[in-house]
Every structure is written in C-alpha cells, then in structure tokens.
Design a protein. Structure first.
Length: 39
C-alpha cells in the first residue's frame, strides 16, 4: 500500500502539468481574439 501512495504524487504532478497547458491554450486563444478585435 505504501508503494502505491508514493506513486500518487507523480499523478498529481501530471494533472498539474495538464492543467497548466490548458491554461496556456486559453490565454493564447484570448490573446488572438484581442488581436482580431483590435485589427
């Protein structure tokens, strides 16, 4: 059981990385929308 708990932090880190990438995509999409609106 202890070994499985040690592997959990890696899963949490992967989830955080995926969430970070998702936020970057959202920020980029909003950035392009602002460029089109200004242009």
């Amino acid at each position: 059981m202890g070994r499985t708990k040690r592997s959990n932090p890696m899963d949490l880190h992967a989830q955080r990385a995926n969430g970070f990438q998702g936020r970057c995509k959202v920020l980029i999409s909003l950035f392009w929308w602002h460029l089109f609106e200004l242009g």
